[in-house]
Design a protein around this ligand. Sequence first.
Ligand code: UDP
Ligand code: MG
Length: 336
Amino acid sequence: MNAHHHTHPELSVIVPVFNEGENIEALIARLVPVLEETVASFEIIFIDDGSRDDTFERIRRAAAQDTRIRACAFSRNFGKEIALAAGLDHAHGKAVVMIDADLQHPPETIRTFVEKWREGYEMVYGQRVDRSTDGPIRRWFTMKFYALFARFGETPLPPGAGDYRLMDRKVVDAMRRLGERARFSKGLYAWVGFRSIGVPFEVQERLHGTSKWGYRQLTRFAFDGLSSFSTLPLKLATYIGLLISALAFTYAIVMAVRTLLFGADVPGFPSLIVSVMFFSGIQLVFLGVIGEYIGRIFAEVKRRPLYIVAEEVNGRHGPEARRMPAPGDLHEQPPA
Ligand code: UDP
Ligand code: MG
């Protein structure tokens, strides 16, 4: 990689953006002073996730004035999780911070992130102290989802932790080795481990625009999360199947005894229909669940690149698809 011709900044800040035109200048204006006083050198990397507004134009203008600002634009919208993965691929810093573009994550918290990192923590995650900026229904679903995940997921998630966080180079390299398509980052962060600590922060109101996550995306995201970190939905089929078989067996014995004692009676057509419909319903539901897993396996097996870069600004190397780091890469020293 020709990246070695450049000096590597102390900190890379990754900002995924999707139609955030109105927020770009305000974010840079808040971010740059914090970074200048906190670290020796930095780069801000915008990942434009297929914006259809003037987001990239504004980034380009800012980058023309400040070469510490770099950007990479996807060929279409791939989703925030993928944009973050691309950010990790493009970052050269000794540590990386990921932050939302809408100023919901106060940039000033980065000071504390860096402080903790210098104390030796490899992963410093922001912890939202309250979720009052989300609506009550979304909050309820969020709560239920995390309760479910805590019970049945393979990896416990720290409460309130999101994508706003700092990761040491070691963590970044470990994250880059996870080539999953259905990226449930919150689970992946917890899965890679490392010395971690939470830093509380208050989520702010979005500066301009509205949240890009509808309930459809959130539901999909929730199932992605559960299915990549738990096989519980599949096991449920086994458990319910076993339970129903046990019931059927008991019922068979009861019927046999009753027939012996009182003789056969013919009626029972309605209950027959009800049970046939009930059991075919259950079977279809679990076929659907299995289908969801197979669909995800299919997506993984195709091994398509995670994203396609259409354009770069102040890039250090040409557009490239996601490169899977070789296992040896992990032991590379962080670039000086
Ligand atoms: N985002 C993105 N791609 C998407 C959706 C969102 O890169 O498909 C970015 C968005 O521009 C913002 C961040 O991800 O910087 C968080 O998105 P948003 O504010 O819509 O989510 P919320 O804060 O409601 O969770
Ligand atoms: Mg937001």
